[in-house]
Design a protein around this ligand. Structure first.
Ligand code: SF4
Length: 244
């Protein structure tokens, strides 16, 4: 029986998908983003193991809240894409219970893994990090090629997608990158684009782990500049949310 490596839970999340969400943070991630706010979840240490059914039993008492708010369950992390069999089986059990399923992922994986997840995933929240391959590598430790291909593949399979894009001043808000974001979002036509503003709330975790935080000098973007990006995308007929 596949077991999941679970870091922690949040029982009433409101930011990780529609309605009230039970958010499960899974341990491990294939990326190493310079700004990771959950750096304590990357290294496969200090997790608890659960079977898909054990996790389902944990969330079932919350089902009335999902039903009254059009919410459901979100698997986040880390990145659940690193545990595709557990994620697929847990979502399959959720679908049997008519619970809405959302995955919060970077989509850095194989098509084989996507195929396991597509039939049981109601919403794909995909964090796009950067459009320039070299900068993506610098920022996350991996190339963006499979990520962009996978998002196109999901679109082809008619998956519901929320594209998440973090605005990091000097990194992801350059004009060439924003042009690429606009072009890609127009091509994919996701359910919505969610713009997120860079913050440094997770720095203390880097300090606790004795790791060097390399983006220490980067400041959060101004609201004015974020609204400008939002407007640019809305002009293309895209639904855009702006969150912290
Ligand atoms: S994808 Fe998310 S969890 Fe993984 S390293 Fe990047 S910010 Fe951290």
């Amino acid at each position: 029986m596949t077991k999941g490596r679970i870091h922690s839970f949040e029982s009433f999340g409101t930011l990780d998908g529609p309605g009230l969400r039970f958010v499960v943070f899974l341990e491990g991630c294939p990326l190493r983003c310079l700004y990771c706010h959950n750096v304590d979840m990357l290294d496969m240490k200090g997790y608890q193991e659960m079977t898909p059914n054990q996790l389902l039993q944990t969330i079932l008492p919350y089902k009335p809240y999902f039903e009254s708010s059009n919410g459901g369950v979100t698997l986040s992390g880390g990145d659940p894409i690193l545990q595709p069999d557990f994620t697929a089986e847990f979502f399959r059990l959720c679908k049997k219970e008519k619970i809405h399923t959302t995955i919060d992922t970077s989509c850095f994986t194989t098509k084989k893994n996507l195929d396991k997840l597509i039939p049981v995933t109601d919403l794909w929240m995909i964090s796009l990090k950067h459009f320039n391959e070299k900068t993506h590598l610098e920022l996350t430790g991996v190339t963006n090629k499979p990520i962009l291909e996978n998002i196109r593949y999901l679109k082809e399979k008619k998956a519901k997608i929320r594209l998440r894009y973090l605005i990091i001043p000097g990194w992801t808000d350059t004009s060439s990158n924003l042009r690429a974001l606009k072009k890609f979002a127009k091509e994919i036509r996701p359910q919505e684009v969610e713009l997120l503003t860079y913050h440094t709330h997770g720095i203390y975790k880097w300090k606790e782990l004795g790791k060097k935080y390399k983006l220490g000098r980067v400041k959060p973007p101004s609201i004015k500049s974020c609204l400008k990006i939002k407007e640019m995308l809305e002009k293309e007929g895209l639904k855009v949310m702006l969150n912290e």
